[in-house]
Every structure is written in C-alpha cells, then in structure tokens.
Write a protein that binds this ligand. Structure first.
Ligand code: ZN
Length: 180
C-alpha cells in the first residue's frame, strides 16, 4: 500500500537534513505528555502530509504521511509494511513514542481503527476512532488552526469538540499525561 513504503531519514545526508528542518517548522509541541500537532498539509483522511525534498528513487514516495516521516526521523528508518500508528487516536499527532506514534503492522492498525482502544489512551484524540472520515478531517483542521500561534490549551480543547458536539468534556484535558 502506498502509505507503507520504506522510508529512511538520515540527518547526515543534506537533502534529508533539510527535510527534517522543514518538518520541524510544522510541529507544535504540547505540554509534557501531550500530542505534538502537525501544522503542514492535511489530507481528506485527517492525516498530515509531508512532501519529501530529496531526489527520488524510481519507486520512492514523493509525499508521505506526517507521522511516518516523524517516526523515520526519530528511528532512522520505517520499513515497508510497517505502519506508523496513533496510540493517541489523534491523526495529526507527530509525537513519536509510547502513547502517541508507534510502529505496528497493518493488522494492528486495522484492529486499532476498529475500536480496540476506543475511549482509551491518554492523548488528545481520545475517541477519534469513533469519528467518520469527514469528522476526523474537520477536527484535524480545527486543531491545526488552534495552534497556529503556538500551543494554546483553551483553543486546543475547543477544537477537540469539532465533530463531536457537546462531547468536548469527554477528552478530560487534565487526564493527559497521567494515563498509561
Ligand atoms: Zn499524540
């Protein structure tokens, strides 16, 4: 599948180093334990999109999901067939590590999307797996907008209500970082 091609990121290669620098400019980190919001392009599916700046190999991707790039940048490589999935259920999160962006198999990812973790997790996106594609997209856009001027807890909390009217309180801001 297109989104699970091998991707390596080596900061010693200047093209890759420039990608990392460009990528970082799109990242707005929350307080300890919270998600890092990607503020670059967002696809219709609610996931971040990052255009690579490197000279492409024939079969290499030109654009990747933001969390995939984030994972490869931290670990050096994400192999073909391995999915960078969200434990936090927040599709535009690019915080790599436990509770946020972790590696899984496609089967793990489908199980996850199917609601294995629904209502669980400690990240910002609690309950995202219960949203449809349009609602996930709308919420991703709202989150991006909420951190346009830097992290703002009040605006982030407000944005989390998009697509789930009246259920904003489910996200329990105070619980973030204390779970798991
Ligand atoms: Zn997260």
């Amino acid at each position: 599948m297109a989104w699970a091609q091998e991707l390596y990121v080596d900061p010693h290669i200047s093209e890759h180093a420039r990608e990392i620098e460009r990528f970082r400019a799109f990242c707005v980190a929350g307080p300890d334990g919270a998600c890092t919001i990607y503020t670059g392009a967002i696809g219709d599916d609610g996931y971040g999109r990052f255009w690579l700046g490197r000279h492409r190999r024939d079969d290499g991707p030109a654009v990747v999901r933001a969390q995939r790039f984030a994972y490869a940048a931290v670990h050096g490589l994400i192999p073909a067939g391995v999915v960078a999935m969200h434990d936090c259920d927040n599709p535009i999160c690019v915080a790599v590590g436990h509770g946020h962006v972790v590696a899984g198999t496609q089967a793990d990812n489908l199980a996850h999307m199917g609601g294995k973790h629904r209502g669980g997790g400690s990240g910002l996106g609690r309950g995202t797996s219960g949203l449809d594609r349009a609602a996930r997209h709308a919420r991703a856009l709202a989150l991006r907008e909420a951190v346009a001027d830097g992290w703002d807890s009040g605006r982030v909390r407000e944005a989390l209500g998009v697509g789930m009217p009246g259920q904003g309180s489910l996200f329990g801001w105070n619980e973030i970082g204390t779970g798991q």
